[in-house]
Design a protein around this ligand. Structure first.
Ligand SMILES: Cc1ncc(COP(=O)(O)O)c(C=O)c1O
Length: 430
């Protein structure tokens, strides 16, 4: 049986239609910004493999850290035991975080990091109420059009769209606000005033709603909502799973706001895209609510692979790379060239709108009245780009790029040229 036949026969891929999906591309190896298939064709990974791969594929420093750790201690239970990579990672990352963070809670992916944040916040209020269900806060505030993951809690605080349709009856109720604009900010602040004393926490993707279509909104307005939330003691949770580790031009998007979060969720770029790992970091105020004699006030949450030593060692290596001057210089270079490219895109004879960029992220919408379903638009553009050796994965009719920071100046220019060419070809063929 060929690899493709075996793949089709035995494997169920994520977000993939089971009847009509095309064959999955067989990737044999990856290096730097490039993916290589089994036919020897190479593709520029312009979206960092679902936004995780910040330093490029198979970075020697991360690979070496993984190999060293794997031969020493590959895994142990993290309740009752500890190890050097977990401690080193916590010590190294805490001073880098945007706020007064005191404790690191480890889990495995972006969804579990937000799930942990929600449970921690709800239990914070339950512990503080002395376990009195009538006095605790249970409501959660979130933005419409957000994405915080695929587990039930994460899904409940995310956009209620077609992807979650089958589960709507099973999700818990959430108070939703639109992301802030000059027009709605006063209403949103009034809403928080009205419900503030019942709200346990407010979860938000700072400045960019990633899976919701790379929608960018203003820091100053988010700051106002955070300030209002804090007036009511609402726990603020920054979901920086996508925006963390330099994506928006600063190390963390929360650095753009004066009001810092009480909890921050990190994953994706944490290990440089090498292994699954996530962090939910909280302030001492949150942790204090769990410093109780009553054992029922323990945070009863954990996963088999919590703080996997190999993943933690990879994260330590990735953070070291991130701290190197060269990395921040590359982020700056990509951010600057994205801004220039955004202006050039405006000049093209293409049906594009809302061309925007923030840090290493650039996005726009393709206006398409010819295709009944917008995801057909993205699919056609994505497939055309692949033929040219450029890997992008549009979100419906939103096309975006988010390359690894190792991408060279020439590769960046080729990526832009490849994208423009793919757009002309795809749109010309509609
Ligand atoms: C902001 C945000 N939060 C959470 C998640 C979920 O992360 P994961 O896919 O690792 O579960 C994502 C994934 O795209 C995300 O963008």
């Amino acid at each position: 049986m060929s690899y493709n036949e075996s793949d089709r026969k035995f494997i169920w891929h994520p977000f993939t239609h089971q009847k009509h999906a095309e064959d999955n591309l067989f990737i044999e190896k990856a290096e730097g910004a490039w993916l290589f298939d089994d036919q020897g064709k190479k593709y520029l990974d312009a979206i960092s493999s679902w936004w995780v791969n910040i330093h490029g594929h198979a970075h020697p420093k991360i690979t070496e850290a993984i190999s060293r750790q794997a031969s020493r201690l590959e895994h142990i239970i993290f309740a009752g035991f500890t190890h050097k990579p977990a401690i080193e990672l916590a010590e190294n990352i805490l001073p880098m975080l945007p706020g007064e963070f005191a404790k690191i809670f480890y889990s495995d992916n972006g969804s579990t990091s937000t799930e942990v944040a929600l449970k921690m916040s709800v239990q914070y209020w339950w512990n503080r109420s002395g376990k009195d269900a009538t006095k605790t806060r249970k409501k959660i505030l979130a933005f419409r059009n957000s994405y915080h993951g695929d587990t039930f809690g994460a899904m409940s605080v995310s956009d209620r769209g077609v992807f979650t349709l089958a589960f709507h009856d099973l999700m818990f109720e959430v108070l939703f606000l639109d992301t802030p604009t000059d027009d709605n900010i006063e209403d949103s602040k009034n809403f928080i005033t009205q419900h503030g004393h019942d709200i346990a926490c407010f979860i938000y993707e700072p400045l960019v709603q990633g899976a919701g279509g790379m929608k960018i909104y203003q820091a100053g307005l988010l700051d106002q909502l955070l300030e209002k939330s804090k007036q009511y003691g609402i726990i603020t949770i920054a979901d920086e799973v996508m925006t963390g580790f330099g994506r928006t031009g600063k190390l963390f998007a929360s650095e753009y706001m004066e009001q810092k979060p009480d909890i921050i969720c990190l994953s994706k770029g944490l290990t440089g895209g090498s292994l699954p790992l996530s962090i939910t970091a909280c302030t001492e105020k949150i942790h204090e609510a769990f410093m109780q004699d009553d054992r029922m006030m323990t945070f009863f949450h954990g996963h088999s692979y919590t703080a996997n030593p190999i993943a933690c060692a990879a994260a330590v290596a990735s953070l070291e790379l991130l701290k190197e001057e060269q990395c921040m210089t590359s982020i700056q270079r990509i951010s600057d060239s994205n801004r220039t490219f955004a202006k050039e895109l405006e000049e093209q004879q293409l049906p594009l709108s809302n061309i925007r960029s923030l840090g290493t992220i650039l996005a726009f919408e393709v206006d398409d009245s010819r295709h009944e379903y917008l995801n057909v638009t993205g699919h056609v553009i994505g497939r055309t780009a692949m033929e040219k050796g450029l890997y992008i994965r549009p979100l419906g009719n939103t096309v975006y790029i988010m390359p690894p920071y190792c991408i060279s100046k020439d590769e960046t220019e080729n990526m832009y040229a490849g994208l423009v060419d793919s757009l002309y070809r795809a749109i010309g063929n509609w």
